[in-house]
Design a protein around this ligand. Structure first.
Ligand SMILES: Nc1nc2c(ncn2[C@@H]2O[C@H](COP(=O)(O)OP(=O)(O)OP(=O)(O)O)[C@@H](O)[C@H]2O)c(=O)[nH]1
Ligand SMILES: [Mg+2]
Length: 478
């Protein structure tokens, strides 16, 4: 009896239907590709089969009409609505497939500014283009095979990068460095599923031991590769979202002073009255090429004031999400029981204890069983601030492997899918160890499922919802 399942084309139908739904591509889309607002220039991007005909309608130039001009040429002229001249502009022609979307693309480089560029866009839409959805140009680039889904996401990461390292990581992902890793895993899983299915044709009830051992060894290797990739999430999160650094401590210890000192500006109110900061205050800062999201919080204490209580609740909420805690104590005073209690509940690997106000004395000591790094300083007199900054830098570099050989860093979406694929491989391995014919069918099924999940990471497999969730994070015009 054979339990073999067809391997090739098991998801073809859904893939094709998704492709048809999303990208009939018979319409032409347009959007402002540059940020709105006062600027020297704006770019209106148009993509689709009607791009050049549409350019003929809205752009007047000497000599040949836009549609008669060769690809990758620029022409100067005017954007016109009937007899009215709307703007003086340059027109760039990029014919399919040598364009970002692999469709015919026309870009109008006109004057920037909210009104001027909107007028040009309105004119292009009136001439027959449809307003592009967020990420639709990149989605078309994906659907037309120019980029895979991981590379498409890198485009968004690059646009949104707020530090040098984040931008560099996005560029490397755009070049396909991460995709290669996913593709290797995908191919390995397809190979494994095929081999398990083929082994079902053996006359015996049992899969021959050498084949079994080989399959198990290979699937263990895939598991290891998945784990190695999953471990890069932390770094990916730091690069994409920035490190969330929460400044916490009891009232009046100098939290807002530290916030302002690190930012180099007077962002938080500082006063000698305990309980000054009520809300959480967030600001971005780039340190060592990494974006930090710095948060000043209300001093942690029990209060009868409902506003302060709300502030403390918000502070605690931020504490739950922090990547790094800067916990400040008043070093001129002996240990306060509240500090000891709070510190016991903070993860030691993510916490720096800052003893402030050393200009007033030095009575504080960390409990003997606390092995968190401790820095003493005086923020008021700028004494020993460097040692705190160095400790923060050490923490940042412990999070990042970038620059040490092959660098990749997965996103939250990738991690969730990798985890699901991992679960499928674990199930398959358990069944493979049993080895009977009936369970091998199931094992092959789990391996195919795992491959399918990995395919959803790179977009070898996709459906409308997946594309929507990926591209809705993009801005319009990209
Ligand atoms: N002597 C001394 N005073 C300091 C130092 N750092 C801050 N202060 C003072 O301590 C007081 C409280 O500082 P803040 O930065 O407002 O303290 P906080 O922890 O934000 O206080 P809350 O917002 O009330 O929780 C202010 O008067 C600061 O000027 C320091 O190193 N030495
Ligand atoms: Mg404060």
């Amino acid at each position: 009896m054979s339990f073999r399942m067809p391997l090739a084309g098991w998801r073809r139908e859904s893939i094709i239907s998704a492709r048809m739904n999303r990208s009939s591509h018979d319409d032409t889309i347009a959007a402002l590709a540059t940020a709105p607002g006062p600027a020297g220039l704006a770019v209106i991007r148009i993509s689709g089969p009607e791009s050049l005909a549409l350019a003929d309608r809205v752009f007047r130039c000497a000599g040949l009409k836009p549609s008669e001009r060769p690809t990758h040429t620029v022409v100067a002229g005017h954007v016109v609505a009937g007899h009215d001249v709307l703007d003086e502009a340059l027109l760039l022609i990029m014919r399919a497939p040598r364009s970002y979307t692999r469709e015919d693309v026309v870009e109008i480089q006109c004057h920037g500014g909210l009104i001027a560029s909107r007028r040009v866009l309105r004119c292009v839409l009136a001439a027959g283009a449809r307003p592009a959805e967020p990420g639709e140009f990149t989605c078309r680039a994906f659907l037309n095979g120019r980029l895979d889904l991981v590379q498409a996401e890198a485009v968004n990461d690059l646009i949104r990068a707020r530090s040098d390292r984040a931008a560099q990581a996005a560029v490397e992902q755009l070049e396909g460095r991460l995709s290669v890793r996913f593709n290797e895993i995908y191919d390995a899983l397809i190979g494994l599923a095929a081999d398990v299915a083929a082994a079902l044709d053996f006359p015996d009830d049992e899969l021959p031991p050498p084949v079994m051992a080989d399959v198990l060894q290979r699937s263990d290797r895939v598991k290891k590769d998945l784990l190695a990739l999953m471990a890069t999430w932390d770094e990916g999160h730091c690069l994409r979202d920035g490190l969330l650094v929460v400044i916490a401590g009891r009232p009046n210890v100098g939290k807002s002073t530290l916030m302002n000192t690190l930012l180099g500006k007077n962002r938080s109110i500082v006063s000698e009255i305990p309980g000054t900061t009520r809300d959480t205050i967030e600001e971005s800062l780039v340190l060592d090429g990494i974006q930090l999201v710095l948060v000043d919080t209300a001093g942690l204490r029990d209060s009868s004031c409902p506003i302060e209580r709300e502030g403390v609740r918000r502070a605690r909420q931020k504490l739950e999400k922090a990547d790094l805690y800067l916990y400040i104590v008043d070093a001129s005073q002996p240990q306060h029981p509240d500090d000891i209690k709070i510190l016991q509940n903070l993860p030691s690997g993510q916490c720096l204890v800052v003893g402030n106000k050393t200009d007033l004395g030095n009575k504080f000591e960390l409990p003997a069983d606390n092995n968190m790094p401790y820095v003493e300083l005086s923020l008021l007199y700028n004494i020993d601030l460097e040692s705190l900054i160095n400790k923060i830098k050490t923490f940042i570099s412990s999070k990042l492997t970038m620059g040490h050989g092959s660098f990749v860093a997965i996103s939250e979406r990738h991690r969730d899918l990798l985890f699901k694929a991992f679960e499928q491989i674990v199930k398959s391995n358990e069944l493979l160890k049993e080895g009977s014919e009936e369970v091998l069918v199931l094992a092959a099924g789990h391996l195919r499922e795992a491959a399918e999940i990995i395919g959803m990471v790179t977009g070898k497999e996709y459906h409308d919802e997946l594309l929507k969730s990926v591209f809705s994070k993009f801005c319009v015009g990209k």
